[in-house]
Design a protein around this ligand. Structure first.
Ligand SMILES: NC(=O)c1ccc[n+]([C@@H]2O[C@H](COP(=O)([O-])OP(=O)(O)OC[C@H]3O[C@@H](n4cnc5c(N)ncnc54)[C@H](OP(=O)(O)O)[C@@H]3O)[C@@H](O)[C@H]2O)c1
Length: 284
């Protein structure tokens, strides 16, 4: 099985390349620009069986002003990839986000809950989902959330865990919101689960794929330093105090309902975080 991975040097992309090993066809932004239909044609020469599209505009606050850029990559890009996959009869895997939900539900979102994005990034990803659903015959929409991985999000210049560690090392005062809840998720775990998932050829459709459980960003940060056993003081703050451009859903935890029905289980977020910190050499 040949698996083309778009955005191959990104945070999730690089872990997918590792997980798929010899089956992977890594394609970076330089190799294939999803916003250019001509560039996407390279897939026709490579003839993959599966295309995993991790290419994205991921800067949530910047998307509020760079609306067109966000839609170009996250939505039009998804359309271009969907059309190419159809021509090739390849399976199209679009990576989406918990930010398609508005956060009002108050309990973890299942795959059939109705999206209602509250920011431009979420709306552009939801548009990408709709293009994927309506323009690919064989597709999976995989919703992940709050990702951290070894490579760090190239679009964000790192990941949340690393930002917290850098701040602690510099002795800076760490303030983190305690009124936004989510499912922190390791890109390594998504990559390995996606490989197993594709191997069993489930029914096409939307699936949630996050580490089990959820917490606030404040609780997540506390757990980072608990595992490291560093005595770091963290101050809980409210989202309003950050005055960020984009609104965030207050509660965007996801439930892996359909993965569970297939007998597949992701690790708890605390175990995945500990593994990440140990692999990075921060803890032993
Ligand atoms: N990060 C999160 O917390 C999070 C949460 C939920 C869902 N997701 C989704 O998960 C996926 C992976 O995110 P990530 O954290 O791995 O982000 P990332 O590290 O920024 O990876 C995105 C990749 O897309 C590439 N890219 C950007 N524009 C492109 C274009 N026009 N054509 C082709 N490639 C392009 C980037 O390459 P360059 O850097 O070279 O431009 C980068 O390799 C995305 O679909 C994202 O929406 C992320």
């Amino acid at each position: 099985m040949k698996v083309a991975i778009l955005g191959a040097n990104g945070q999730l992309g690089s872990d997918l390349v590792k997980a798929f090993g010899k089956d992977a066809i890594p394609l970076t932004h330089r190799d294939l620009d999803v916003t250019e239909p001509g560039s996407v044609q390279i897939l026709k020469e490579l003839k993959p069986d599966v295309v995993i599209n991790t290419a994205a505009y991921v800067r949530v606050d910047d998307a509020e002003v760079e609306v067109e850029k966000a839609f170009q990559v996250n939505a039009i890009g998804a359309l271009n990839v969907a059309k190419a996959c159809n021509e090739l009869k390849a399976v199209n895997v679009y990576i989406s986000t918990d930010y398609v939900f508005d956060g009002a539900k108050g309990t973890p979102y299942e795959e059939d809950d109705v999206p209602n994005p509250v920011n431009v990034y979420g709306l552009s990803k939801y548009a990408g989902e709709i293009f994927t659903r309506n323009h690919s015959q064989r597709y999976y929409i995989i919703r992940a959330a709050s990702l951290y991985g070894k490579a760090g999000a190239s679009g964000k210049g790192g990941n949340f865990v690393e930002f917290m560690i850098q701040q602690a090392r510099k002795g800076e005062r760490i303030k983190v919101v305690d009124d936004q809840f989510m499912s922190p998720t390791s890109t390594k775990d998504v990559a390995e689960m996606l490989k197993e998932f594709l191997g069993i050829k489930p029914e096409f459709g939307v699936y949630h794929m996050v580490n089990e459980g959820y917490c606030s960003w404040f609780e997540f940060t506390k757990e980072i330093f608990n595992i490291l056993n560093w005595g770091v003081h963290i101050t809980p703050i409210k989202s309003d105090e950050l005055k960020r451009l984009a609104r965030r859903p207050a509660f965007s935890a996801l439930k892996n309902e359909k993965l569970g029905n297939l007998g597949l289980r992701m690790r708890d977020w605390e175990d995945a975080l500990e593994d990440y910190l140990m692999e990075k050499g921060y803890s032993d």
